[in-house]
Each structure stands twice: as C-alpha cells, then as structure tokens.
Design a protein around this ligand. Structure first.
Ligand SMILES: *Cc1c(COP(=O)(O)O)cnc(C)c1O
Length: 413
C-alpha cells in the first residue's frame, strides 16, 4: 500500500512548489521548430537543442518514413539476438567516419551510452577523473563502475589543490588528480565537450597533452557539440584541433543530429567490440528503431555533403551575440550557440530573470530562466539557444523583444 508514501510525497511536492522548484511542463501543440505553438499562440523557440534546425526537417521526416516502410516499426529484440539490421551497421559506419573514429556502437540514448561506457573498461584498480560540472549521465555512469574516483574543478588543468571561493571547499586541478592516480592500472579523463549552462568548451588540447604526459585515456561527451562545432561540424575535437587524440566519444542524436533520440559510443575497434560484448544497456535493452536509424543516416549524409547548416548556425550565433552585447546585455563570451544572458549584477536577480522570461513569452519569444539553486547564487540567467533553423528576421525579432523587455525592467538604457 502506498498510503504512507503518498502522504510523504504530497508534502514534498508542496515544498517544491513553495520553493518554486517544481518542474512545470509547457505544452507544445506543433512540431518542434524555430516557430512553435504554445497554448494556441505562435511563438519563436529560443530554448531547444535544435542547433541545426533538423528536428522537423522534411528530408529527415521522409527518410524516417522510408525506413519504416522498408525496415518496419520495431525489432522486438536486443541487437545481438535479432535486432541488428543493415541500416544499423550503415549508421555505425557513417558515424565512425563523421567523428573520425574506428568504430561506433548505437544506444537508445546518450544517457545509456554514458551508463554503458565506464563499467566494462574500469575496475577497482583503475581511476576515473571527471570534470566537476559533467552531465548527470556521466556522473551516473561513473557510479556504476568500481573505479577509484577523482573530480577536478571545472576546467582547471593545474597541478594544484586549493579552496574554491565559489564553494568554500577544497578542489583539485586535473594535473593534480592525474598525479595522485599514477598508482592505478588505467586512468580515464571524462569531460563534456561543451557545458550546457555557460556554453563553454572543454580545453581538449590541454587535456590531451596531460593525458599523454600521465598515460591516460580521454573520454568526451559531445552531446552539445556533435554536428556543428569545428570547421566541418565534427565536434569539440575538431574545434580544438585534437581529432585523432580523443580515445572515446559519446554523443546524442537527440540534439543537433535530428533531435529525436538515440546515442552512441565511438572509439577504437577494440573498445567498441568490448562494448558489444559487455555494455549492459546494449546487451539488455532494445535496439534503436528503424525510424530513428533511417533519419540519423540522413543527418550524417546532409552534414557530410555540406557545411551549410553549421555555417549558418555560426553566422546566426555571432550576429546574436554581437547585437545583444551592443544592446547592453551581460553575456558570457564565447563561440557556442548556447548564449547565457546574465542577471547577477541587477538587484533581486532571480526574480528578475523569471519575470524577464515570462515577459518574453508575452512578446512571442520562448526562452528559459535558470535561477539558484540550478545555477550558483548570482549566476541567474536566461539561456538562449541559437539554431540554424532561425532566419534573420526571427533573430532580429528576439533581439527587439529582449531590448524592449530589458528597457521596461530597467536593465538597459
Ligand atoms: C543531453 C545530454 C545527454 C543525454 O542525451 P540523451 O540522448 O537525451 O540521453 C548526455 N550528455 C550530455 C552532455 C547531454 O547534454
């Protein structure tokens, strides 16, 4: 009987509401895209991970239909029993070539890929050294393996341990962690390629150099990068000039690469073969459906044939960042289409950010505010995500709305 649990949860849920932490879903009544319909009203969407504007792209929808017609709806099997079709092998091959790796294994999500990747490779005599701001799925994946754990202060490469002023706790740099882990059999450094709150990009050059110096393996989760970072959109390793030096890449098809679902691990043929034999979410969970596989093959074909989409995204991002800075907003500098508009320097910044986002929706622009405790105190923000699916008129409309609301709320002149 759940009587006691229900009473407990009712109280806890009430607390979340009081603290304004309850997660309310906004219902969209249209396909995902630059323009969506919310509560019967059209608005521009500036908070999706739809970086390349592919979520509802006609070529993907067609490829997905074609895959259903030719390969069916579902496989009713895990991969190694009777769930592998020719298209699964084709996608794995194309992803390997796109990411510049030897082989690739598909998962239902990147969350699953990260849940899979650590446990088969690292045991209790090994070390996993993780950026403190890594994605929840990396944290959970690490929890599933028996390796000894180190966390380094976000982006800190130094051979140092000091009190972090932000947390008042002692924190180490990556090189210090690597030194401490020298007694272990294997060392793996794990990092997000791009970090979702600030849109900052991992220092992969320094990380790979340290990995060489201390004999470590580098694992990068490129979910917020694959498809658009770097000159040809291969990801953070291309952006940082270290293609061929990253040992393991995990990524999602749920963001730039189509936006539906699915993910993968890409690596050497030995590591991928090991995963095909040992990775639990691969062995014990259903194969990715043909509709997703067919569309993702189409995505890789589109991105391999031309850099138009990532070029347009880059152009849109530079334009938006410049115009917003010129308008007087406080923006975290960088190249990423994640553009955080910071509120910390204004009084009552948490409330201001939330009010701002609500007013933006009234202006027909959908953006999201993040406040404490999701981000640190004083780091309240509206996170904008630019897409290649936005045209210039839509970006100008968003900038005009930001400027109007910013003036109304006394943030800019
Ligand atoms: C979104 C994201 C994931 C999860 O991807 P899914 O395919 O939706 O499970 C994993 N890692 C990072 C860094 C992400 O941003």
């Amino acid at each position: 009987m759940q009587t006691k649990m229900k009473a407990f949860l009712t109280e806890e849920l009430q607390k979340l509401e009081t603290q304004k932490l309850f997660k309310h879903e906004r219902i969209i009544e249209s396909p995902q895209g630059a323009e969506i319909i919310v509560k019967g009203k059209k608005c521009l969407n500036f908070c999706a991970n739809n970086y390349l504007g592919l979520s509802s792209h006609p070529d993907l929808i067609k490829a997905s239909h074609d895959a259903i017609d030719s390969r069916g709806y579902g496989l009713s099997s895990v991969r190694f029993i009777c769930g592998t079709q020719d298209i699964h092998k084709e996608l794995e091959k194309k992803l390997s070539a796109f990411l510049g790796m030897e082989d690739t294994i598909l998962f239902s999500s990147c969350f699953d890929a990260n849940g899979a990747v650590f446990e088969p490779l690292l045991g209790e005599n090994d070390a996993i050294i993780s950026d403190a701001l890594n994605h929840a799925s990396i944290i959970d994946g690490v929890r599933l393996c028996k390796a000894q754990r180190w966390a380094y202060k976000h982006g800190d490469m130094r051979d140092i341990e000091e009190v972090d002023s932000a947390t008042d706790k002692k924190a180490k740099g990556l090189e210090r962690c690597l030194k401490e882990a020298q007694g272990c059999r294997f060392r793996m450094i794990a990092t997000d390629g791009s970090f979702s709150m600030d849109g900052d990009i991992a220092k992969l050059k320094e990380i790979c150099d340290l990995a060489d110096k201390y004999d470590a393996i580098v694992m990068v989760d490129d979910s917020h990068s694959s498809g658009f970072l770097g000159k040809t959109g291969r990801g953070t390793h291309e952006y940082r000039g270290v293609m061929g030096r990253v040992d393991i890449i995990t990524t999602t098809f749920g963001k730039a690469l189509g936006g539906a679902s699915g993910g993968c691990i890409s690596s050497s043929k030995e590591i991928i073969n090991w995963m095909r034999n040992k990775a639990r979410p691969y062995l014990f969970s259903n194969t990715v459906p043909p509709a997703v596989v067919g569309a993702t093959i189409k995505v890789i074909d589109i991105l391999t044939a031309s850099t138009n989409l990532r070029d347009k995204l880059e152009k849109n991002t530079i334009y938006f960042r410049k115009k917003m800075t010129d308008a007087g907003f406080d923006i975290v500098a960088g190249d990423h289409p994640i553009v955080p508009i910071m509120f910390g320097k204004y009084p009552d910044c948490s409330k201001l950010a939330v009010d701002f986002a609500n007013k933006m929706l009234e202006e027909g622009v959908y953006v999201i505010a993040f406040s404490f405790p999701v981000v640190a105190k004083g780091k309240d923000r509206i996170r904008v995500q630019i897409s290649a699916g936005h045209d210039m008129a839509q970006i100008d409309k968003a900038i005009a709305a930001f400027t109007k609301v910013g003036k109304e709320l006394g943030m800019i002149k």
